[in-house]
Design a protein around this ligand. Structure first.
Ligand code: ATP
Length: 235
């Protein structure tokens, strides 16, 4: 479904992503693990034209070449990117944010039915649909960001550290919603520091180190991998 080959990204002289190839199949949930600064966010940004690619990398989605397409057109192809730091509209209510999420032409029909379906995945938002997002907790705002991305009717959801800065109990609730989204058959590419939670959601993972892919395996193997345990799970 998503096939990215030989992606490199430079920030000035710094090669933040170095010849990275990954793929996500239909209905798969894939996690990218890596330490701070490994290039995880840069990889998602490179996939969605938020940063320019260096070199001859290619991004294909459903056999369409989407390498370097305009950033705002990525969503028209069925890819929704929830960047780190959320990017929700804090002056607007939950419902207004969701309405904006349904803006691409592919998502305008059935707006209300889809909104109700998505609010079922996030019961906490359903209770707060008229609340201004700026008054919500960090975890709730993260849920709004994911719900808004879902409103674009994506086929692939890219999530950049959704659990960043959230209290453990809220992380649990967020991952429950992500699990429900995964179970609808949505394809997900997830970047996370919360290794245990993300490996229990994902079926496969890549290890990114200093801008390069240094490993790839089934999620359950990664959970039991001595190197992963030592690097990320503290034992
Ligand atoms: P984190 O988990 O800390 O967000 P990450 O794995 O997502 O880390 P990136 O944010 O992709 O890492 O950053 C990869 C490297 O590129 C880092 O060394 C970072 O300092 C650098 N970098 C990221 N964005 C920029 C930028 N806009 N300009 C210059 N350097 C950048």
């Amino acid at each position: 479904m998503l096939e990215a080959r030989h992606l490199s990204v430079r920030y000035g002289k710094h090669l933040a992503l170095d010849d990275v190839s990954i793929h996500v199949d239909r209905g798969e949930c894939v996690v990218i693990l890596g330490a701070n600064g490994a290039g995880k966010s840069t990889l998602l940004r490179g996939l969605t034209s938020m940063v320019p690619l260096a070199g001859h990398g290619k991004v294909h989605f459903h056999d369409r070449n989407i390498t370097g397409i305009a950033r705002h057109r990525v969503v028209d192809h069925g890819i929704a990117h929830v960047p780190e730091g959320r990017g929700v509209f804090t002056e607007m209510t939950v419902e207004e944010n969701l309405l904006l999420g349904s803006n691409p032409a592919r998502a305008r029909a059935d707006f209300e039915a889809r909104r109700e379906g998505i609010l079922k995945l996030f019961p906490r938002l359903a209770e707060r649909r008229k609340q201004r997002v700026g008054t919500m907790s960090g975890g709730e705002q993260q849920m709004v960001a994911v719900a808004r991305a879902m409103m674009s009717k994506p086929e692939l959801l890219l999530l950049d550290e959704p659990s960043l800065g959230l209290a453990p109990i809220v992380v649990g609730e967020l991952f429950q919603s992500l699990r429900k989204i995964r179970d609808t058959g949505m394809s997900i590419l997830l970047v996370e520091q919360n290794v245990r939670a993300s490996l229990s959601l994902a079926s496969r993972g890549y290890l990114l180190e200093a801008g390069r892919i240094v490993g790839e395996d089934a999620a359950e193997n990664l959970l039991n991998d001595a190197g992963v345990k030592k690097a990320f799970l503290g034992h």
